[in-house]
Design a protein around this ligand. Sequence first.
Ligand SMILES: O=C(O)CCC(=O)C(=O)O
Ligand SMILES: [Fe+2]
Length: 283
Amino acid sequence: MIPAKDTLRYRHLVDSGYCVFENVLDREMLDGLSEATEHLLAMQSPEEMERYRYQGSNIQLSYQHPVFARLFAWPEALESLKALGFDEPKWWSAFLLSKPPHAPPLYWHQDWWAWDDPCSAGEIPPQVFLMYYLTDTSPENGCLRVIPGTHRKRIPLHDELPAAHTEETYRANADSPLFARHPDEVDLAAKAGDLVIGDARLLHAAHANQTDRRRSCLTLWYFPDYEGLSDAIKAFVSRKKPLAPPDWWEGSAGRIVEPLIPYYSGSEAPAVFNRNPGQCLKR
Ligand SMILES: O=C(O)CCC(=O)C(=O)O
Ligand SMILES: [Fe+2]
C-alpha cells in the first residue's frame, strides 16, 4: 500500500464501507458494454432467469468479448484504486447483474467469504467490489442500498441473514427480513459510468426495478492489497483465479489483464470458505 492521496474517499471507504468516483467510464465504453451484455442476456435460459430473479441475472464475465478485458483493466479504475492507496490490486472475477423491467429487489447480504481469517476484523478492505451501472440508477429502477459501517460492526440484522447467494436466499419470500427496510440504510443512486467501490464485508441490497427499462450492473471483484493478505487467502484465491487471456486474442486486449491476475506459489493450505461473520464483527 502507498499512502492514500484521496484521503476523504479513503476514510469513507474505511469508515462507512464504500466510496464513489464519478464519471469513470466514457460513453464509448458504456455503449460497448451495453451491446456485449445484451448479447449475453439474450442467451439466458428461463431456468437461470428464475433462479437468479433477485439479482436479475448472475452471468460471469470473462473473455466473451474484448470489451470486458478492457473493463477489468480500465485505467481510470486502477487510478481510482491508486488514489485510495492501493497501487497493486489484483482482479478476481466479474458478474453481470441485470434487473429486467419490473424485477424484484435484491436481498440484504455481504459477499466476504473468509471470516475466519484475521484480516476480516481489520481496517483495510480485504476484497472490494467495483460496481458500474449502464444506466443512471435511482430507488425506482433498482439502485444499490447499503448500511454504512456494517463491514466492521455487527447489527441485529446480521443474525437474521442466511449466507449470501445460497438456495435460502434464492428461494426467500418477499416478506423475509432479507428484503426489509432498515432505518440506517442509504440509497446509492449512481450515474451511468460512475464507479461505486465497496468493501466485500458491507451489508448491501438493491431496490426493485419498477420501471419499463432494464438496469444493468457490472460487479468486478478485486483484492486492493493482495500482497498484504495471508498465504491461506492467497492459496484459496489463486486456486480459483481467472484464466489468463486466451492466446488467440489479438492486440493488447488480453495482455492488459495479465498483471492483475492473483498468483500464489507457496504451500499454505487454502483458507476455509465461511460466509458467516461470527465473532469477527464488533457489536
Ligand atoms: O445489483 C446490484 O446492484 C448489486 C448486486 C450484488 O450485490 C450481488 O449480486 O452480490
Ligand atoms: Fe453483493
